[in-house]
Design a protein. Sequence first.
Length: 291
Amino acid sequence: MRRIGKWVGFGLFGLLLLLTGCQQVGENSSGERPNPAHPSFVTRQELADALGSAKSGPVEIRGHQVSGVVPHHLVAGYLIADYFAGLSRQNPEVIIIVGPNHENRGGKIITGFCGWQTPEGKVKTESRVVEGLLDGHLAVQDEAVLAAEHSIGSLVPFVHHYLPQAKIVPIILHHGVTFGEVDNLLNGLKPYLNDKTVLVASVDFSHYLISREAENKDTQTLIHMRNFDYPTLFNLGDDHLDSPASLALAFRHAENQGIKDFQVLDHTNSGVIMNNDLMETTSYFTLVFAK
């Protein structure tokens, strides 16, 4: 999978966890949930650049958003900023962020209690929801794997900037998570899904194609998304999108609310952004499901 720059080695993340004290719950001798945070994936300058490239005003969302889809590749940082600027008008209290486990490390579905450090402050997790997932055996806790995963770490600085009081629930999924497992996970989340909670799928779309080829793949993917065609979406590879299961969670949650359409806030690829038609690209959609 495409990375954002050159990530620090996984061993260093483990060392950082030890230094910050962010640990597995079972290792906390006091019995209290850990308060330290995972290290930031986004520098202050990268965040400032993305915010500076965002639209001048919040994106207009038609209705009350229940779920959305947003990129995690920092080349598209301004799209991430635009999405969360639009969401800020709604002022949700909890954002459930689900994305790919790019390296397929650890358990099939992973969550965690530790917060996330950003250039502007710390984002806290909603421990009540995390506890519910663990108690229901719907996920396992793995702070080390979460700490190394940019599908979560690239979004939290934007959450803090636009929604500084919001808490998150981080969830990452193996590539092999099935449609049935998506529904099981969503059923487990149901008690926590209310008007103050939004489910956000952190998904990048076509990878490693030149801009024109990426556009062709995205046209196909958009048709399948418009049709809520889960069997086809789950059979698509990395040349279409990097996490069908994460995408399906956002779509299924909307569908359960009676929503059968979505608003496309933006669609582009890194070749267009960088004005290079021949480079290998990653493509992006930002989508909103609202009622």
